[in-house]
Design a protein. Structure first.
Length: 403
């Protein structure tokens, strides 16, 4: 890791509980969209990612340390994460039609859908196996039911043997990293929790006096949610092929409330209002940026002087080229990240990705040295709706010196 102290003290538990000091989604551009770097190289590059907070002081969801955990499994077992999970978990649980590879296909597989330019439509599947340890399980209702039954039985399998021990169950479901309770949306209709945090692979909170385990899943065009209430022996899994967290939450809480005999709540209406508020906030942020834009401003340099190869310590190289009076940008490790740079104001441009399904346009701002040469460039998403795994803000791009 960046900090030698963290390198020395980081444990297996720390890999799984989002408290390493890395920022939200830090380094995800190494794997999302699909890159040409393998997991070992991605893990090696963790040392170049600057922390956002001190070690074990705050929660911030990260995916790369789950990739590192997958590398640990391979080092200890001699099997890849995919083979280990298939043999040691999926087969034992009876999840016969689930896979441990995103790239695996089936004849009756759902197709991915998302809102692109305001209209829901089919989009291309994400099929890179690089991210499997952080979200590579493909499953269905039958197999997810089998998985939840084993979880609620604290590791006991149908034949009476155990997938894991009762003491392991206690470890898996004990809160490790606290999360702010005020992060629950204000329009949420259910009671606010008294505790809220992350355990080993699940969010732990209380709900109507009961301990609840939850976790979502997300890939382009697919989102899912699992909710388990051990005291009620209740598990709910919602799998969707459209990107609506409001939908899976409304479905999950409707079922949970029914089994808890709780007062009826119109969850569809509640989440409509939450979604409307979030959308309005995003629209306002984009509108404020447009109003603050100085459309009369010009760039400090001719376009050709912005062209060149830039490098970031953890990502590597990006290339900006000038052709026919226009600038283009290309991330060398990420084939999908190719776009056109459109002048925004001063020395800021907007990277508009040619693959519009990415939905991840970003500002790039150049800073100059006193002599007018470019010192560095930084990027940030143009909208709060951009998925956090497009962590452009973590890049510090500097002109690459020629040998």
């Amino acid at each position: 890791m960046w900090d030698p102290y963290v390198t020395r003290e980081l444990t297996i538990r720390d890999l799984l509980v989002h408290r390493s000091g890395l920022g939200l989604g830090a380094g995800d551009l190494l794997v999302w969209p699909a890159s040409n770097l393998d997991r070992k190289e991605v893990t090696r590059r963790l040392r170049f990612i600057r922390p956002a907070t001190s070690f074990r002081s705050a929660y911030a969801y990260d995916n790369l340390l789950y990739l590192a955990a997958g590398e640990v499994i391979e080092a200890v077992s001699g099997q890849t994460w995919e083979d280990f999970v298939r043999a040691r978990i999926l087969r034992k649980v009876g999840m016969t039609t689930s896979t441990s590879r995103i790239s695996a296909t089936a004849s009756n597989q759902a197709s991915a859908h998302a809102a692109v330019d305001g209209k829901v439509r089919p989009i291309a599947r994400f099929d890179s196996d690089n991210t499997n340890p952080a979200g590579g399980i493909q499953s269905n209702a039958d197999d997810m039911a089998r998985w939840m039954i084993v979880q609620l039985a604290r590791g006991k399998l149908a034949d009476g043997s155990r997938l894991f021990s009762d003491s392991t169950w206690q470890q898996l479901t004990t809160l490790v990293t606290p999360m702010p309770i005020d992060s629950v949306p204000p329009d949420f209709q259910g009671p606010k929790p008294d505790f809220y945090g992350y355990a080993l692979g699940s969010i732990v909170r209380d709900y109507r006096g009961r301990k609840v385990l939850t976790h979502g899943g997300s890939l382009p065009g697919f989102v899912s949610q699992v909710v388990m209430i051990p005291d009620a022996n209740l598990g709910v899994a919602v799998l969707t092929n459209q990107e609506s967290g409001a939908a899976f939450n409304a479905i999950a809480y409707h079922i949970v409330e029914h089994y808890l005999d709780a007062p009826a709540v119109d969850w569809i209406d509640a989440y409509k209002r939450i979604s409307a508020g979030q959308n309005a906030t995003a629209v306002q942020a984009v509108a404020r940026a447009a109003l603050a834009r100085n459309t009369a401003s010009r760039s400090s340099l001719p376009l050709s002087q912005y062209a060149g190869t830039y490098t970031d310590d953890w990502y590597g190289d990006i290339v900006i080229e000038e052709q026919d009076g226009r600038l283009t940008i290309r991330f060398t490790h990420t084939p999908a990240l190719v776009g056109d740079l459109e002048h925004w104001q001063y020395d800021t441009f907007v990277a508009k990705w040619r693959d519009r399904e990415l939905r991840a346009d970003a500002y790039i701002t150049f800073a100059l040295n006193p002599d007018g040469t470019i010192e560095q460039a930084k990027m940030v998403p143009t909208s709060p709706t951009v998925d956090f795994s497009y962590d452009f803000q973590d890049l510090l791009l500097k002109p690459k010196k020629t040998p």
